[in-house]
Design a protein around this ligand. Sequence first.
Ligand code: NAP
Length: 287
Amino acid sequence: MKKYGFLGLGIMGQAMAANLLKADFTVTVWNRTASKCESLINKGASHRETPAEVVASSDITFAMVSDPVAARKICFGKQGVLEGITMGKGYIDVSTIDPQTSIEISQAISNNGGRFLEAPVSGSKKPAEDGALVFLCAGDKSLYQEAIPALEIMGKKSFYFGDAGFGARMKLVINMIMGTMMTALCEGLSLGKKAGLNMSDILDVLDQGVIANQMFRLKGPMMVEGNFPTAFPLKHMQKDMRLALLMGDDNGQALYTAGAANFSYIKARNKGFDDGDFSAVLQAIKE
Ligand code: NAP
């Protein structure tokens, strides 16, 4: 039976690793803040002190960390993933990072005899808990095929887009659209309220038309109540907007709407909403 590793046990990693354990997979975990490993250890996970040790004791290791800086740190850093990679081992980074970082990690893993897959996810805390994520995979095809049983436990659908970099690009395009949809909703709610409309009425009208969508339906009522339970941290949404804008630069694509949305997320970060849900951007927009 295959042995799995899991590095990074934040909102998403915690839920994803728990689902692997629930399905009776053998899982070894590591997190920078070790206390976050406890609930998974109680559910049957093993624990190692470093990413290198997790990789050395696993056939396939998943990583779910914040951003490109963290992804590089756990891969290239001291006692990092690279030190544990040997011939044939699989490393799957499911974090949302830029294509360039992902390609560099991919090359380093394969230079050490390992196999790399990027598999950023679409879906948030609840889909992660429900095993209903969507994986946007690219990289080593044999690893993709081998990982399918685990991907099917954690997700409802997997796509494979070819060489490393294309999964990261897809994820940034999707999140850039989502991030701009959110700020458009916030500006509409805020304008409506200042013009004397009821925000709940705005949501009801939106929900009957062609732009009705699950995100407005899920987040809208909580936003109207001023309730922003963190599912997708605002700091990560702003990171995705920033990475998408850089991708725009690299590809000669002007991104006016996303650029404006990014300013709203930066403003919200400056106001202290880093760890709030990304829907808390409403607080910055309405001021
Ligand atoms: P999170 O709760 O903030 O967790 C971040 C994880 O990264 C934690 O385990 C953290 O360790 C680790 N980390 C951060 N910096 C590190 C470093 N320098 N070295 C080692 N580990 C480091 O974030 P999340 O919501 O789980 O998101 C994780 C990734 O998934 C992000 O790329 C995010 O954009 C993406 N994503 C999130 C969602 C969502 O709805 N939440 C949906 C899709 C994709 P500590 O515990 O020690 O801080």
